[in-house]
Ligand binder design. Structure first.
Ligand SMILES: Cc1ncc(COP(=O)(O)O)c(C=O)c1O
Length: 371
């Protein structure tokens, strides 16, 4: 299997640790070790102090899997396999798919969600989100028409990167019903779950709702600890989970011992961490909305419904790639053009999870004012 360049990751690799501000990061402000340890309960502190640095259980530390399972009603620790989030995508898609399968993938999307199926020789239909009337839309009738006899998998990501789109519960139910009636698996990337702006719109994890649903999630976005490289696959299909576990023998075999214990701490402190991150995101979202709507001839602001990113539109007389290039060169602020998502239009991504968002946007304002 040969994989082409991961455009977004290569773009980040160029700038992530050299520019002054990242205006497009998708994660929330990272916690420090001191912050996380200060939130830890006595049990996890004991685990931390007595931690051995040997290999760990391949499925994941039992306490970690218990803590993950508590996020999902009806899911038990035995329905979980831990893996770094990107690794979880790789394991699941390689296990589920064969050459010639047809896969329907939400688009735009995090590149591995469609690139891995394509590289495996699958036929991929991109199920496109469209902007209109101040929000993003997914056409469920189009999904219904996209099914073929060889359709094997639907891949979704809600709240969505890069648009912040979240379907209604009724729409989500319909996606599940369409898959169920055809016996098709759903792979649901839920990396941004728990960051919904209206909590009543939060969707159930697909693993809890659908017997052929696979949830991918992790601690990189909502929990602000991407450096732990900790995530998981959850599914009630035990036979499938066993196959995922066998595949993991060829990736990392098992998780990092220190990361597992720090991950338990983060999950135990979930409410505090999510509240902290939602406060940052909500503040930044208000700042972004005020800024982008101030220049209606230049930007169209499309408010996200959840997650830590948004995908505004830049008016066409200024191509997004050139706009991003000029800003990084003149202001030392990195902005991600929509082209890294293979998405037409003239969008760019902004990340709402960082504390320096206001300062970074101030430099973009200087650039816009000086044009
Ligand atoms: C939608 C989505 N899925 C998966 C990942 C992978 O997460 P990680 O980088 O922690 O492996 C990302 C990271 O940006 C993402 O945005």
């Amino acid at each position: 299997m040969k994989l082409p360049e991961f455009k977004l990751e290569r773009f980040f690799a160029k700038y992530e640790f050299s520019v002054r501000f990242l205006l497009s990061a998708s994660d929330c402000e990272s916690l420090t070790m001191a912050e996380l340890l200060a939130m830890a309960d006595a049990h996890s502190l004991r685990l931390w102090k007595n931690l051995g640095l040997g290999y760990t259980e391949s499925a994941g530390h039992p306490d970690l899997r218990e803590a993950i399972a508590r996020l999902y009603p009806g899911i038990s620790a035995d329905d979980i396999l831990t893996a770094a989030p990107e690794e979880g995508i790789f394991i699941a898609l390689n296990t589920l798919l064969d050459k010639g399968d047809h896969v329907i993938v939400i688009h735009p999307a995090y590149q591995s969600l469609y690139e891995i199926p394509e590289s495996l020789g699958c036929t991929v239909t991109r199920w496109g989100l469209q902007p209109g009337g101040g929000s993003w839309h997914l056409d469920l009738d189009a999904l219904e028409k996209d099914f073929r006899p060889e359709t094997r998998l639907i891949i979704v990501n809600f709240p969505h990167n890069p648009t912040g789109y979240l379907p209604t519960r009724a729409e989500y139910d319909r996606i599940i019903a369409l898959a169920r009636s055809r016996g098709i698996y759903i792979f649901s990337d839920e990396m941004y779950r728990l960051l919904e702006f209206d909590i009543t719109g939060r969707l159930d994890a697909v693993a809890a709702r659908y017997e052929k649903g696979i949830t991918l999630s992790g601690l990189s976005k909502a929990f602000g600890v991407p450096g732990l490289r900790t995530g998981w696959l959850a599914t009630r299909d035990r036979a499938l989970l066993k196959r995922f576990a066998s595949f993991k023998d060829y990736t990392t075999i098992c998780g990092s011992a220190p990361s597992e214990v720090l991950a338990i701490m983060a999950l135990e402190a979930k409410d505090k961490i999510i509240a902290r991150n939602m406060e940052i995101i909500s503040r930044n979202k208000a700042v972004a909305e005020e800024f982008f709507t101030r220049y209606p001839d230049l930007f169209t602001w499309i408010p996200p419904m959840g997650g830590s990113v948004a995908f505004p539109l830049l008016e066409r007389r200024m191509p997004a790639e050139g706009f991003c290039e000029e800003i990084v060169r003149s202001k030392n602020v990195m902005i991600l053009p929509g082209s890294v998502f293979d998405f037409g239009g003239n969008h760019f991504r902004v990340g709402l999870g960082r504390r320096d968002f206001h300062a970074a946007l101030g430099l973009v304002a200087d650039y816009v004012a000086g044009r």
